[in-house]
Design a protein around this ligand. Structure first.
Ligand code: GLY
Length: 370
């Protein structure tokens, strides 16, 4: 988020300095699987997110083209679409129930019989009974995305300081005035808080201005397919896991969803669950080498939606809490945050996602209590 906003602002002539606690692109952007799943991943209760997710999904092709031109680096946007597979009558009933929600929301998702799913993905287990087809949910290589954003932001003129954790945001007279890094203050007209799962760890803000964001752990595993004869070509959800095939033959198997604070250790149970789910659906992975295991931290907000734009402190802008959708929401987040900083106006599509929604629910709770 920080890199994409820095790129968009610097490209429009704004003097931008980005402070990164570690190395750029090594947090959730590195851990993600890169699914742009506005339709397949929709969950009951998250309906308000759909317009934002779909708007960002629509921006992706142009965003990728522009970023590749600006950086000279590929981001591997793949547009094969997504399958969500059922292997039992239970799975099928659950998916058809989910399909009804997706269709109520106007999402382009349809049911495919087993023969059609198998025609598209012949290596799926014989137990397949059918699946959902989501033709507009694609994928991007999130690690290449982060690398390209780093180069594009730098080329546009942003100053990037790595290994430079922000200790505190300076707030004076009710306004954000800059940041302190290693005891040294840097002044700014606007401060953007885009620290992902670590957003509450930055000092200087009054408690009420700390975004309600927590780390939500995800463990993942990658196995190596033959890139010339991959076992899978679509992003494919199976019971208990999703499978994301990359151009270089890596098959990413994700992800657990765990409330473990900042613990990013791999666990036997996590790996077992992922491999078991993947193997049941795609038995041919059995012989494939495991090439990587890793865990990352999604920045989950109280309602799982992002926190975007201004809050109660003048000069402080939030771009955090993207939870499961950070890669999907990169184009829209960078666009609306850059526009808000330049024009003072937050785009209509982002207005339901300002910090103030939490303040008003707290007020409502107090009113109900009193
Ligand atoms: N969006 C995929 C995940 O959060 O695991």
């Amino acid at each position: 988020m920080g890199l994409s906003i820095a790129w968009r602002l610097a490209a429009r002539g704004i003097d931008v300095t980005l402070f990164e606690a570690g190395r750029c692109g090594t947090g959730a952007s590195h851990a993600a699987a890169g699914m742009l799943a506005a339709c397949a991943e929709v969950e009951p209760g998250e309906e308000p997110l759909v317009p934002l997710n779909r708007a960002s999904q629509a921006l992706w092709p142009d965003f990728a083209r522009e970023l590749e031109a600006a950086s000279g680096l590929a981001v591997d946007l793949r547009t094969e679409g997504t399958l969500v597979c059922a292997f039992s009558a239970d799975d099928q009933a659950r998916l058809k129930h989910h399909l009804a929600l997706q269709q109520r929301l106007g999402l382009p998702v349809s049911w495919l019989e087993a023969a059609e799913v198998r025609r598209r993905e012949p290596f799926l287990s014989p137990g397949l009974v059918g699946g959902l087809w989501s033709p507009e949910d694609h994928q991007v290589d999130n690690r290449k995305l982060a690398a390209a954003l780093y180069v594009a932001a730098g080329r546009a003129g942003a100053t990037i300081h790595e290994d430079s954790p922000v200790e505190s945001i300076v707030v004076e007279g009710g306004r954000a005035r800059g940041v302190v890094v290693r005891g040294q203050r840097t002044d700014a007209d606007v401060v953007v808080l885009a620290a992902g799962a670590w957003s509450r760890r930055i000092g200087g803000l009054p408690r009420a201005a700390l975004p309600p964001v927590r780390p939500v752990k995800g463990q993942l595993v990658a196995v190596q397919m033959d890139p010339a004869a991959p076992l899978l070509s679509h992003v494919t959800w199976v019971p208990g896991a999703y499978l994301v095939p990359r151009r270089d033959g890596r098959l990413i198997i994700g992800a657990t969803v765990e409330e473990k604070g900042f613990d990013t250790r791999m666990t036997a149970g996590g790996v077992l669950a992922l491999l078991d789910a993947a193997w049941r659906a795609l038995p041919a992975i059995e012989e494939l080498p495991i090439v990587e295991t890793w865990a990352g931290l999604r920045p989950g907000s109280r309602d799982d939606a992002p926190i975007l734009g201004p809050g109660e402190i003048d000069g402080l802008v939030y771009a955090t809490g993207h939870h499961r959708n950070g890669i999907l929401l990169t184009p829209i987040t960078s666009a609306v945050i850059a526009d808000q900083i330049l024009t003072g106006q937050l785009a209509e599509v982002a207005r339901p996602f300002t910090f103030t929604r939490f303040a008003s629910s707290a007020d409502a709770t107090r009113e109900v209590a009193s």
